[in-house]
Design a binder for this molecule. Structure first.
Ligand SMILES: [Zn+2]
Length: 197
């Protein structure tokens, strides 16, 4: 890196000024920077199992607060992925333990759309669909977070996006739920949900 971009690390050590916050899954196949082809310093990252954005999770909230309030990121991308093991586990019978507790919001999401999932072909179709719905749900959760609402109230330029990555082909897809104003959030998420179900 230093050979191709002399002074790169010196500049990086002085400050970080990323415009993007990536909220993604911990899955080893979904590394943030490599997928969007960005250099160190360009994307602030939060990852957890199945990219859950829970308003009781101080870790995720602190990351969003710092990213929005201090770093002044312009975009928050919630990035799920197909074949997500966390989403898969939420489709299976409850076994107990920390991971299952963590996945409770996804289990609840599945229950909420039970009528749809019961008519959905089994196997990977159901799994993939829940991965997509989970991105919508977590992006909606970001759009409802106090720190995001306050930034919008201040008139800041901040957009929330929902993307999904396929570990099978290396492609990143936009789920088209970009929201940049509080008043458009419900319409965007409900409209897209109706298309996906
Ligand atoms: Zn995953």
């Amino acid at each position: 890196m230093e050979h191709d971009h002399p002074g790169f690390f010196g500049r990086l050590a002085a400050q970080q000024a990323p415009e993007l916050l990536w909220i993604g899954c911990s899955d080893s196949r979904v590394p943030a920077n490599q997928i969007v082809d960005l250099l160190p310093g360009e994307v602030f990252v939060h990852r957890n199992i199945a990219n859950v954005v829970d308003h009781a999770d101080r870790n995720c909230l602190a990351v969003m607060q710092y990213a929005v309030g201090e770093l002044r990121v312009k975009h928050i991308m919630v990035v799920g992925h197909y074949r997500c093991g966390g989403v898969r586990a939420a489709l299976e019978p409850y076994r107990g333990g920390l991971v299952d507790d963590w996945l409770a919001p996804i289990r609840a999401l599945h229950q909420r759309h039970r009528a749809f999932f019961d008519t959905c072909p089994g196997g990977s179709a159901r799994w993939d669909k829940l991965c997509e719905l989970n991105v919508l749900e977590q992006a909606r959760s970001v759009s409802q977070a106090t720190v995001v609402r306050e930034a919008w109230a201040r008139g800041e330029n901040l957009a929330v996006h929902g993307w999904i990555y396929s570990v099978a082909d290396g492609l990143l897809r936009d789920l088209e739920v970009t929201v940049a104003k509080p008043e458009e959030a419900n319409t965007v998420f409900e409209g897209r949900l109706a298309q996906l179900l």
